[in-house]
Design a protein around this ligand. Structure first.
Ligand SMILES: Cc1ncc(COP(=O)(O)O)c(C=O)c1O
Length: 489
């Protein structure tokens, strides 16, 4: 089969053209039984391929036909031995990677600034996380990846680890020397699992960092939906056999996946793969140029700074994906959240994320010069409007501290707990997650000792209006902590 073909999408179209009389789910039956306003809006085309795993349409849980063919084409395009389609986002693919290599009591080496799906999988599997400190950029207030030195140290101390997880590239586009990290891990026979949520496109252009498969990693959870043109929630899990078994991956992904898999999502993966394989290099090349143009323009605006290649050269910033346009606004003396709202109200612009000091705009093949110019124009006006507040902020920005882990996340999650007011929680062991979402990096994970610094960090984020999430008490007045058993008098 050639990369021009889309076995899954094409078969769905042929099936819909036959217009079969359907006595199976979904009960809307090609849209006839659905709310008319929704039908009108979404269109009969989409509804006609919103189908289910009947005989001719294969089954994601045991692919033997059109899904298998589509996955094989994806594996070829991504340089993997096997590709698994995920309709549970990259979160589902990440949980699969971890649960494939770890069982209860097994060690897994992970950077502390991981997405919540990684910590969820650690709780589900009962694995013990061995944390590596990510490199911190105190000027920008962001975390980068992990360095080769820290990987070397972690493996020297824990050669029995069952896996090493790497985020590559980071949300902000920085990549570590993944090839070297893989070489180090493989010298210990430890498989490398890559969170490639923000890097589906890097495989298709030589000016971008090496992809997980190019670097020789064993598994990669890759968000096709984020930057690769498929529909939201659709991702892939790429696997290289050797240290991991594809059969084991198939069983685990199946355990974590709905039995009612969306064919719209699956078809969008099939077609996104075709576009990336056939036109990827060209469209990504254009995207890189557009993003670099924006970066250049932003860097000419007073008080704003858009990092790029200038940050390369440290052990954790080995390479960079310029399509992530991170804009530091801290010299304007307002928060990223205020800028996010200002852009929404004044320019109808929605950014990918904001934090205390930055906003992040992602540039994809879906953008054109027109949108880029509007963004630059908006940022010029922003700089003028807040010029009176601006001052060079030399102070280092505030970042959450990495607390001590007193219990495994699973033991803490399932322990006997009680609820205490936040003001009385310092020093206690937390039993829930606390994070700012996006980006969803935990400030506390179950099992960690609550620190004063992180309580201040949470308060500062909440006061700035940023979305702190996780605890049962969504007003964050109390935390669930491990119950202390005092001696009985
Ligand atoms: C670094 C990272 N990993 C994993 C994920 C999870 O991806 P998904 O939303 O497709 O489940 C995200 C989502 O934002 C992410 O930023």
């Amino acid at each position: 089969m050639s990369q021009n073909e889309t076995p899954l999408f094409t078969s769905l179209l042929k099936h819909a053209e036959k217009n079969p009389i359907q006595f199976h789910i979904p009960g809307h039956k090609k849209g006839s039984g659905i709310d008319p306003e929704f039908r009108e809006f979404i269109g009969d085309n989409a509804l006609s391929i919103d189908l289910i795993n009947i005989g001719p349409l294969d089954d994601l849980h045991s692919p033997k036909g059109i899904i298998k063919q589509a996955q094989e084409l994806a594996a070829e395009a991504f340089g993997a031995d096997h590709t698994f389609f995920s309709v549970q986002g990259t979160s589902g693919a990440i949980m699969t990677m971890i649960m494939t290599v770890c069982g209860p009591g097994d060690k897994i080496i992970v950077p502390r600034n991981v997405h919540k799906s990684i910590m969820s999988a650690i709780v589900f599997s009962g694995a013990i996380p061995i944390f590596i400190h990510p490199e911190i950029d105190k000027k920008l207030g962001i975390s980068h990846g992990i360095s080769t030195d820290s990987v070397e140290k972690a493996l020297e101390q824990h050669p029995d680890a069952k896996g090493l997880l790497v985020i590559n590239p980071t949300y902000f586009g920085f990549a570590a020397d993944l090839k070297k990290i893989v070489e180090i891990a493989h010298s210990y026979d430890v498989p490398v699992l890559v969170d490639e949520a923000h890097g589906v496109h890097i495989h298709f252009h030589e000016d971008l960092p090496l992809s997980a498969m190019q670097a020789g990693a064993d598994m990669a959870a890759t968000s096709v939906h984020k930057l690769g043109g498929s529909m939201t929630q659709s991702s892939i899990l790429n696997v290289k056999e050797g240290l991991v078994s594809a059969k084991r991956v198939q069983s685990i992904i199946s355990m974590l996946t709905t039995t009612s898999t969306s064919y719209l999502l699956l078809a969008s993966l099939d077609t996104a793969r075709r576009r990336l394989a056939i036109e990827g290099r060209e469209i990504i090349g254009r995207t890189i140029k557009l993003a670099q143009w924006i970066r250049g323009q932003v860097n000419e605006i007073e008080h704003l700074y858009c990092p790029g290649e200038d940050l390369l050269g440290t052990n954790a910033t080995f390479d960079f994906d310029p399509t992530k346009v991170l804009i530091s606004i801290k010299d304007l003396n307002i928060t990223g959240y205020e800028v996010e709202n200002w852009l929404r109200e004044k320019y109808n612009i929605e950014v990918e994320l904001s934090d205390l000091y930055n906003i992040l705009c992602i540039i994809t093949p879906g953008d054109t010069q027109k949108e880029a110019e509007i963004l630059v124009q908006a940022l010029r006006e922003l700089s003028k409007e807040f010029h009176h507040l601006a001052e060079k902020v030399h102070a280092e920005v505030m970042l959450p501290d990495i607390p001590l882990l007193a219990l495994t996340p699973r033991d803490a999650f399932y322990a006997d707990t009680e609820v205490v007011p936040v003001e009385e929680s310092e020093g206690r062991i937390i039993a829930e997650f606390v994070m700012v979402y996006p980006p969803g990096i935990p400030i506390f994970i179950p099992g960690e000792i609550i620190t004063k610094e992180n309580l201040v960090y949470i308060k500062t984020n909440m006061e700035a209006g940023l979305p702190v999430q996780g605890p049962e008490d969504d007003e964050l007045k109390s935390f669930r902590v491990i119950k202390e058993h005092k001696a009985i008098r």
